[in-house]
Design a protein around this ligand. Structure first.
Ligand code: SF4
Ligand code: SF4
Ligand code: SF4
Length: 318
Protein backbone atom coordinates (compact mmCIF):
# COMPACT_ATOMS: atom_id res chain seq x y z
CA UNK A 1 0.00 0.00 0.00
CA UNK A 2 1.56 3.31 -1.08
CA UNK A 3 0.88 6.58 0.67
CA UNK A 4 0.61 9.78 -1.34
CA UNK A 5 0.91 13.17 0.34
CA UNK A 6 -2.85 13.51 -0.08
CA UNK A 7 -3.52 10.21 1.69
CA UNK A 8 -1.15 11.27 4.45
CA UNK A 9 -3.02 14.52 4.92
CA UNK A 10 -6.35 12.68 4.94
CA UNK A 11 -4.94 10.34 7.58
CA UNK A 12 -3.38 13.24 9.49
CA UNK A 13 -6.56 15.29 9.06
CA UNK A 14 -8.55 12.56 10.75
CA UNK A 15 -6.10 12.58 13.65
CA UNK A 16 -6.19 16.38 13.79
CA UNK A 17 -9.98 16.36 13.94
CA UNK A 18 -9.87 13.89 16.76
CA UNK A 19 -7.25 15.98 18.57
CA UNK A 20 -9.89 18.69 19.02
CA UNK A 21 -11.39 16.53 21.74
CA UNK A 22 -9.21 16.40 24.87
CA UNK A 23 -6.95 13.35 24.89
CA UNK A 24 -8.34 11.80 21.71
CA UNK A 25 -5.40 12.67 19.46
CA UNK A 26 -3.04 10.74 21.77
CA UNK A 27 -5.47 7.81 21.82
CA UNK A 28 -5.85 7.92 18.04
CA UNK A 29 -2.10 8.16 17.57
CA UNK A 30 -1.28 5.35 20.02
CA UNK A 31 -0.31 2.26 18.10
CA UNK A 32 -0.20 4.23 14.84
CA UNK A 33 3.47 5.15 14.67
CA UNK A 34 4.63 7.37 11.84
CA UNK A 35 7.60 6.34 9.78
CA UNK A 36 9.44 7.91 6.88
CA UNK A 37 10.88 6.19 3.82
CA UNK A 38 13.82 7.78 2.02
CA UNK A 39 14.32 6.74 -1.60
CA UNK A 40 18.05 7.34 -2.00
CA UNK A 41 17.87 6.79 -5.77
CA UNK A 42 16.00 10.14 -5.98
CA UNK A 43 18.20 12.33 -3.75
CA UNK A 44 20.51 14.71 -5.65
CA UNK A 45 22.12 16.17 -2.52
CA UNK A 46 20.82 19.68 -3.17
CA UNK A 47 20.53 20.45 0.56
CA UNK A 48 17.11 22.13 0.36
CA UNK A 49 15.93 19.84 3.17
CA UNK A 50 18.86 20.89 5.36
CA UNK A 51 18.10 24.58 4.81
CA UNK A 52 14.40 24.02 5.47
CA UNK A 53 15.16 22.17 8.70
CA UNK A 54 17.33 25.02 9.96
CA UNK A 55 14.75 27.62 9.06
CA UNK A 56 11.79 25.73 10.55
CA UNK A 57 13.52 24.84 13.79
CA UNK A 58 15.54 27.99 14.51
CA UNK A 59 13.39 28.92 17.51
CA UNK A 60 14.29 25.58 19.14
CA UNK A 61 18.05 26.08 18.82
CA UNK A 62 20.12 26.82 21.94
CA UNK A 63 20.83 30.38 23.05
CA UNK A 64 23.68 29.79 25.51
CA UNK A 65 24.73 32.14 28.32
CA UNK A 66 28.38 33.22 28.22
CA UNK A 67 30.78 32.82 29.96
CA UNK A 68 30.18 29.16 30.68
CA UNK A 69 30.37 28.12 34.34
CA UNK A 70 33.60 26.39 35.33
CA UNK A 71 33.10 22.65 35.84
CA UNK A 72 34.47 20.73 38.88
CA UNK A 73 36.39 18.56 38.84
CA UNK A 74 37.93 20.19 35.80
CA UNK A 75 37.85 18.00 32.70
CA UNK A 76 34.92 15.95 34.06
CA UNK A 77 32.79 17.06 31.15
CA UNK A 78 34.12 18.75 28.04
CA UNK A 79 32.59 22.06 26.98
CA UNK A 80 30.70 21.65 23.71
CA UNK A 81 30.13 25.04 22.14
CA UNK A 82 28.67 25.26 18.64
CA UNK A 83 27.21 28.74 19.08
CA UNK A 84 30.00 30.37 17.04
CA UNK A 85 29.82 27.67 14.37
CA UNK A 86 26.12 27.66 13.58
CA UNK A 87 26.80 27.62 9.84
CA UNK A 88 28.38 24.12 9.97
CA UNK A 89 26.14 21.90 7.83
CA UNK A 90 28.32 18.92 6.92
CA UNK A 91 27.65 17.08 10.18
CA UNK A 92 25.15 16.94 13.05
CA UNK A 93 25.42 19.75 15.60
CA UNK A 94 22.98 21.34 18.09
CA UNK A 95 22.26 23.84 15.27
CA UNK A 96 22.14 21.33 12.41
CA UNK A 97 19.85 18.35 12.90
CA UNK A 98 20.09 17.04 9.33
CA UNK A 99 22.98 16.80 6.91
CA UNK A 100 23.75 15.05 3.62
CA UNK A 101 26.35 12.29 3.48
CA UNK A 102 27.68 11.43 0.05
CA UNK A 103 29.02 8.02 -0.96
CA UNK A 104 30.86 7.50 -4.22
CA UNK A 105 32.38 4.33 -5.62
CA UNK A 106 31.59 1.40 -7.87
CA UNK A 107 29.10 -1.40 -7.37
CA UNK A 108 28.64 -4.26 -9.85
CA UNK A 109 31.25 -2.51 -12.02
CA UNK A 110 29.02 0.59 -12.23
CA UNK A 111 30.04 3.95 -10.71
CA UNK A 112 27.63 5.37 -8.16
CA UNK A 113 27.09 8.61 -6.25
CA UNK A 114 24.49 8.28 -3.51
CA UNK A 115 23.38 11.14 -1.25
CA UNK A 116 22.05 10.17 2.15
CA UNK A 117 20.07 12.61 4.35
CA UNK A 118 21.10 11.77 7.94
CA UNK A 119 19.34 12.58 11.18
CA UNK A 120 17.84 10.75 14.18
CA UNK A 121 16.16 7.56 12.95
CA UNK A 122 13.40 7.66 15.62
CA UNK A 123 13.87 4.10 16.86
CA UNK A 124 10.74 2.13 17.72
CA UNK A 125 12.36 1.11 21.03
CA UNK A 126 14.73 4.06 21.56
CA UNK A 127 17.56 3.42 24.03
CA UNK A 128 18.09 7.20 24.33
CA UNK A 129 14.60 7.55 25.82
CA UNK A 130 14.61 4.26 27.72
CA UNK A 131 17.90 4.98 29.46
CA UNK A 132 17.80 8.75 30.04
CA UNK A 133 18.25 9.03 33.82
CA UNK A 134 16.06 12.16 34.03
CA UNK A 135 13.27 11.23 31.66
CA UNK A 136 14.23 14.16 29.43
CA UNK A 137 14.29 11.98 26.31
CA UNK A 138 10.96 10.41 25.50
CA UNK A 139 8.94 8.81 22.73
CA UNK A 140 5.55 10.13 21.67
CA UNK A 141 2.69 7.76 20.86
CA UNK A 142 3.12 8.64 17.17
CA UNK A 143 6.71 7.38 17.24
CA UNK A 144 8.52 10.71 17.44
CA UNK A 145 11.48 10.61 19.83
CA UNK A 146 12.19 13.96 21.48
CA UNK A 147 14.47 15.50 24.10
CA UNK A 148 12.82 17.97 26.48
CA UNK A 149 15.20 20.94 26.61
CA UNK A 150 13.58 22.12 29.86
CA UNK A 151 14.62 18.92 31.69
CA UNK A 152 17.80 17.75 29.92
CA UNK A 153 21.02 18.31 31.90
CA UNK A 154 23.33 17.48 29.01
CA UNK A 155 24.85 14.40 30.63
CA UNK A 156 24.86 12.79 27.16
CA UNK A 157 23.67 9.33 28.23
CA UNK A 158 21.38 9.45 25.18
CA UNK A 159 24.37 9.97 22.88
CA UNK A 160 26.35 7.18 24.56
CA UNK A 161 23.56 4.60 24.16
CA UNK A 162 22.44 5.65 20.67
CA UNK A 163 24.02 3.23 18.15
CA UNK A 164 24.59 6.23 15.85
CA UNK A 165 25.54 8.71 18.61
CA UNK A 166 23.07 11.19 17.18
CA UNK A 167 22.28 13.79 19.91
CA UNK A 168 24.71 16.72 20.14
CA UNK A 169 25.41 18.85 23.22
CA UNK A 170 25.49 22.61 23.62
CA UNK A 171 27.03 23.95 26.83
CA UNK A 172 25.74 27.06 28.64
CA UNK A 173 22.03 26.41 28.22
CA UNK A 174 19.33 24.59 30.18
CA UNK A 175 18.37 23.54 33.66
CA UNK A 176 21.88 22.82 34.95
CA UNK A 177 22.56 26.57 35.05
CA UNK A 178 19.82 26.93 37.70
CA UNK A 179 20.82 23.90 39.80
CA UNK A 180 24.53 23.28 40.30
CA UNK A 181 26.21 24.74 37.24
CA UNK A 182 29.67 23.66 38.38
CA UNK A 183 28.71 20.10 39.20
CA UNK A 184 25.55 18.97 37.40
CA UNK A 185 25.45 18.22 33.69
CA UNK A 186 26.82 20.55 31.08
CA UNK A 187 24.09 21.83 28.80
CA UNK A 188 21.35 20.30 26.69
CA UNK A 189 21.33 17.58 24.01
CA UNK A 190 19.75 18.36 20.61
CA UNK A 191 18.61 16.31 17.63
CA UNK A 192 15.87 16.04 15.00
CA UNK A 193 12.45 16.09 16.67
CA UNK A 194 10.74 15.19 13.37
CA UNK A 195 9.04 18.57 13.42
CA UNK A 196 6.59 17.29 16.06
CA UNK A 197 4.91 20.69 16.27
CA UNK A 198 4.31 20.84 12.51
CA UNK A 199 2.92 17.30 12.49
CA UNK A 200 0.65 18.20 15.44
CA UNK A 201 -0.68 21.08 13.32
CA UNK A 202 -1.32 18.86 10.30
CA UNK A 203 1.74 20.00 8.31
CA UNK A 204 4.54 17.90 6.88
CA UNK A 205 8.01 18.00 8.46
CA UNK A 206 9.94 20.85 6.86
CA UNK A 207 12.54 18.61 5.19
CA UNK A 208 9.87 16.53 3.48
CA UNK A 209 7.93 19.58 2.30
CA UNK A 210 11.04 21.30 0.90
CA UNK A 211 12.44 18.39 -1.11
CA UNK A 212 12.01 19.06 -4.85
CA UNK A 213 12.43 15.37 -5.67
CA UNK A 214 9.99 13.75 -3.22
CA UNK A 215 12.75 11.69 -1.66
CA UNK A 216 10.80 11.17 1.56
CA UNK A 217 7.38 9.68 2.18
CA UNK A 218 5.72 9.68 5.61
CA UNK A 219 2.86 7.59 6.89
CA UNK A 220 1.84 4.82 9.30
CA UNK A 221 4.84 2.53 9.87
CA UNK A 222 3.39 -0.72 8.54
CA UNK A 223 2.32 0.95 5.30
CA UNK A 224 5.73 2.62 4.94
CA UNK A 225 7.53 -0.67 5.48
CA UNK A 226 5.39 -2.31 2.78
CA UNK A 227 6.07 0.58 0.42
CA UNK A 228 9.80 0.37 1.13
CA UNK A 229 9.83 -3.36 0.33
CA UNK A 230 7.97 -2.77 -2.93
CA UNK A 231 10.41 -0.03 -3.91
CA UNK A 232 13.45 -2.12 -2.99
CA UNK A 233 12.09 -4.99 -5.04
CA UNK A 234 11.46 -2.78 -8.06
CA UNK A 235 15.02 -1.42 -8.04
CA UNK A 236 16.68 -4.68 -6.85
CA UNK A 237 17.73 -2.56 -3.91
CA UNK A 238 18.38 -2.73 -0.20
CA UNK A 239 16.78 -1.53 3.05
CA UNK A 240 18.26 0.08 6.12
CA UNK A 241 16.36 0.91 9.31
CA UNK A 242 13.59 -1.65 9.26
CA UNK A 243 15.37 -3.96 11.70
CA UNK A 244 18.35 -1.89 12.86
CA UNK A 245 18.43 -1.42 16.64
CA UNK A 246 15.25 -3.49 16.85
CA UNK A 247 13.51 -1.35 14.21
CA UNK A 248 13.39 2.37 13.46
CA UNK A 249 10.85 4.75 12.02
CA UNK A 250 13.24 5.76 9.24
CA UNK A 251 13.59 3.32 6.35
CA UNK A 252 16.23 4.01 3.70
CA UNK A 253 15.95 2.32 0.30
CA UNK A 254 19.07 2.24 -1.84
CA UNK A 255 20.14 0.63 -5.13
CA UNK A 256 23.59 0.08 -3.56
CA UNK A 257 24.07 -2.19 -0.50
CA UNK A 258 24.48 -0.35 2.77
CA UNK A 259 27.76 -2.03 3.68
CA UNK A 260 29.16 -0.62 0.42
CA UNK A 261 27.74 2.82 1.25
CA UNK A 262 29.08 2.60 4.81
CA UNK A 263 32.58 1.92 3.50
CA UNK A 264 32.30 4.94 1.20
CA UNK A 265 31.10 7.62 3.66
CA UNK A 266 33.07 9.69 6.13
CA UNK A 267 32.08 8.64 9.66
CA UNK A 268 33.06 9.99 13.07
CA UNK A 269 31.77 12.61 15.50
CA UNK A 270 28.51 14.03 14.12
CA UNK A 271 28.72 11.75 11.08
CA UNK A 272 26.88 8.48 11.81
CA UNK A 273 27.71 5.14 10.24
CA UNK A 274 25.46 2.87 8.17
CA UNK A 275 26.47 -0.45 9.69
CA UNK A 276 23.83 -3.00 10.55
CA UNK A 277 22.83 -2.65 14.21
CA UNK A 278 21.48 -5.68 16.10
CA UNK A 279 18.54 -5.38 18.47
CA UNK A 280 20.18 -4.53 21.82
CA UNK A 281 17.04 -5.48 23.74
CA UNK A 282 16.86 -8.96 22.23
CA UNK A 283 19.41 -10.34 24.70
CA UNK A 284 17.88 -8.26 27.48
CA UNK A 285 14.41 -9.64 26.73
CA UNK A 286 15.83 -13.16 26.76
CA UNK A 287 17.53 -12.52 30.11
CA UNK A 288 14.36 -10.92 31.52
CA UNK A 289 12.40 -13.98 30.49
CA UNK A 290 15.05 -16.19 32.10
CA UNK A 291 15.00 -14.15 35.33
CA UNK A 292 11.20 -14.18 35.42
CA UNK A 293 11.19 -17.88 34.66
CA UNK A 294 13.81 -18.63 37.33
CA UNK A 295 11.59 -18.22 40.42
CA UNK A 296 8.82 -20.12 38.64
CA UNK A 297 11.28 -22.87 37.80
CA UNK A 298 12.45 -22.80 41.43
CA UNK A 299 8.87 -23.03 42.70
CA UNK A 300 8.15 -25.88 40.25
CA UNK A 301 11.32 -27.71 41.29
CA UNK A 302 10.47 -27.18 44.97
CA UNK A 303 6.91 -28.40 44.43
CA UNK A 304 8.27 -31.48 42.67
CA UNK A 305 10.65 -32.19 45.55
CA UNK A 306 7.80 -31.83 48.09
CA UNK A 307 5.63 -34.12 45.95
CA UNK A 308 8.43 -36.72 45.74
CA UNK A 309 9.11 -36.50 49.50
CA UNK A 310 5.40 -36.82 50.23
CA UNK A 311 5.20 -39.88 47.97
CA UNK A 312 8.30 -41.43 49.61
CA UNK A 313 6.79 -40.73 53.09
CA UNK A 314 3.54 -42.31 52.06
CA UNK A 315 5.46 -45.34 50.70
CA UNK A 316 7.41 -45.61 53.97
CA UNK A 317 4.16 -45.33 55.95
CA UNK A 318 2.79 -48.34 54.09
S1 SF4 B 1 16.38 14.83 0.27
FE1 SF4 B 1 15.57 16.18 -1.33
S2 SF4 B 1 16.00 18.24 -0.57
FE2 SF4 B 1 17.29 16.84 0.61
S3 SF4 B 1 19.22 16.80 -0.49
FE3 SF4 B 1 18.00 15.09 -1.26
S4 SF4 B 1 16.98 15.90 -3.07
FE4 SF4 B 1 17.71 17.68 -1.92
S1 SF4 C 1 18.60 7.14 16.46
FE1 SF4 C 1 19.59 7.47 18.43
S2 SF4 C 1 18.83 9.45 19.13
FE2 SF4 C 1 17.43 8.72 17.51
S3 SF4 C 1 15.79 7.59 18.58
FE3 SF4 C 1 17.35 6.09 18.00
S4 SF4 C 1 18.68 5.96 19.83
FE4 SF4 C 1 17.49 7.85 20.02
S1 SF4 D 1 11.92 16.10 10.48
FE1 SF4 D 1 12.07 18.30 10.99
S2 SF4 D 1 13.64 18.37 12.60
FE2 SF4 D 1 13.85 16.37 11.60
S3 SF4 D 1 15.38 16.66 9.97
FE3 SF4 D 1 13.36 17.01 9.02
S4 SF4 D 1 13.04 19.21 9.20
FE4 SF4 D 1 14.68 18.71 10.61
Amino acid sequence: MGISRRTFFQWLGASAALSMLPGTSEAAAAGEELATMLDLSRCVGCGSCVEACREANQAKYPRPTQPFPKMYPQGRVQVADWSERRQVDDRLTPYNWLFIQTATGTYNDQPFEIHIPRRCLHCTNPPCANLCPWGAAFKQANGIVRINDQICLGGAKCKAVCPWHIPERQTGVGLYLDILPAYAGNGVMYKCDRCWNRIAEGALPACIEACPYDVQTIGPRQAIVEKAHQLAESMHGFLYGEHENGGTNTIYVSPVPFDVLNAAIATGPGRPHLQSVPNPFHEEERLTRAILAAPLAGIAAGALQILRATKEDSHEDK
